[in-house]
Design a protein around this ligand. Structure first.
Ligand SMILES: [Zn+2]
Length: 290
């Protein structure tokens, strides 16, 4: 874009043809451009605003006696020069620089604030890395879902539709009672999810149990902790770890999805215990901490 503009400007320069046939430019001449050709739309400067000469490739910007290429060249303002805008017309700006006024093409005038923006320091030290997640133990539910959350469905007896038969099969929920043996965390689809503890991945998408409405290939992430505890992330939209992989507490493992009632994470914890299946569900909020 800028190259095209520069080439266009060459047409109005006093150009010389070098011995090798290349186009040479006398830097003293400065540049401007045929009005309308590739003009930067952002060149909307206000009267009394300070602008700086910019993007001239070091050639500088011409001040002319009027708003157009047909007017004579008064002087060349160097790249970076601060000039005061007086009025604008058709992409040209009458401006005052060093006490003298003239018209310059707006393509090469940047708002002073933008032009003054300091370049990023090349050797600025990188911010200190976040402290590593604890290698043993667990992280909080807030860490698992990456921030504050609300529960759309708590753990335990519930008037929520359905009997959750699989909950009853653990043996510590009376048959026939509507029960939700997990928590539903109301978080937006696509929210990153993190491992609640160091664990092995024993299900990584595509199971028939906890589907995602939009991505059947994802849907469930299941972790097994060293003590045999299983943690289920239900309705995941994406799975970012492989079956059999080992994950660390706090490690990103996928994103949350949606099912049935909307976007949420179904988080379920089953700890070894004297239940029918040898695993008993527990409240994930108590297990991980809020
Ligand atoms: Zn649920």
């Amino acid at each position: 874009m800028r190259r095209a503009r520069l080439l266009g400007s060459l047409l109005v320069l006093t150009t010389t043809l070098g011995c090798d046939g290349t186009l040479g430019v006398d830097a003293e001449e400065g540049i401007d451009e045929a009005a309308g050709a590739g003009r930067r739309a952002a060149a909307s400067l206000q009267a009394q605003e300070t602008a700086r000469v910019c993007e001239t490739g070091g050639l500088g910007l011409r001040q002319r006696t009027g708003p157009g290429l047909g007017y004579g060249i008064l002087r060349v303002m160097p790249e970076g020069a601060a000039t005061t805008i007086l009025e604008g017309a058709g992409g040209w700006y009458r401006n005052r620089w060093n006490g003298l006024t003239g018209w310059s093409f707006g393509d090469f005038l940047c708002p002073a604030a933008a032009a003054n923006e300091p370049a990023p320091a090349p050797n600025e030290p990188a911010p200190a890395p976040a402290p590593p997640a604890p290698s043993s133990g667990k992280v909080s539910l807030q860490t698992i879902v990456g921030g504050p959350y609300t529960l759309s469905q708590g753990y335990g007896p519930s008037s929520f539709y359905g009997g959750y038969g699989y909950c009853h099969s653990y043996g510590h929920w009376p048959t026939g009672q509507n029960v939700h043996c997990a928590v539903d965390v109301a978080i937006a689809r696509g929210t990153p999810l993190y491992a609640g503890a160091g664990a092995k991945v024993i299900a990584a998408g595509g199971t028939p149990w906890f589907k995602d409405d939009l991505n059947p290939g994802a849907g469930e992430l299941r972790l097994r902790l060293a003590d045999g505890t299983e943690v289920i992330y239900g309705h995941t939209a994406s799975v970012e770890v492989a079956l059999g992989a080992t994950v660390a507490a706090g490690q990103r493992i996928g994103t949350s999805g949606s099912a049935g009632t909307g976007a949420h994470l179904h988080l379920e914890v089953r700890v070894p215990g004297n239940c029918t299946l040898g695993l008993c569900t527990v409240d994930p909020v108590s297990f991980f901490g809020p």
